[in-house]
Structures are given as structure tokens and as C-alpha cells.
Write a new protein. Structure first.
Length: 78
């Protein structure tokens, strides 16, 4: 999807993460997230069709990988 819609992306090796699941009494859940980095033009990210495709992709990925959350950062200046 990232190659077709935005011209490409890079997935980094699995990271190590932890998050607190408050719905299960605050139990700590350890995971190995995959970070995907994608540079896009302002026109591409502001295109409604592209954003709709990205949203569908994220929701499908969340369902298929049984994730409680999928994080998405757009226009981050660090």
C-alpha cells in the first residue's frame, strides 16, 4: 500500500516495547512492534482518497494482527 499510494516505505526490524493494559487491571504487555517510515509529499498526504486508503489499511492491519492500537504520525518535526 505504501509503495502504491505514497511511492515507498521502509520497515525497521522489530523493536521492543511495553504498554500498560488498563482494561486488564494495569498488566504490562511486552511486544515487538514494527516501525514503518514513509516520506510523502504534502499533496499526497492531503489527498482524500490516499488518506481513505491509509485508514482502511491501518484498520485492516489492526484487525488481522489483533492489535488494540495502531499508531500513525503525520507531519512530525523533531
Amino acid at each position: 500500500m505504501f509503495g502504491k499510494v505514497f511511492g515507498g516505505a521502509t520497515a525497521y526490524p522489530k523493536a521492543k516495547g511495553v504498554w500498560r493494559d488498563d482494561e486488564r487491571g494495569g498488566v504490562l504487555v511486552f511486544d515487538e512492534p514494527v516501525v514503518i517510515h514513509c516520506y510523502v509529499t504534502a499533496d499526497a498526504v492531503n489527498d482524500g482518497t490516499n488518506i481513505e486508503m491509509l485508514g482502511r489499511f491501518c484498520r485492516r492491519m489492526g484487525r488481522e494482527t489483533h492489535q488494540g492500537e495502531i499508531g500513525l504520525i503525520i507531519d512530525s518535526d523533531t
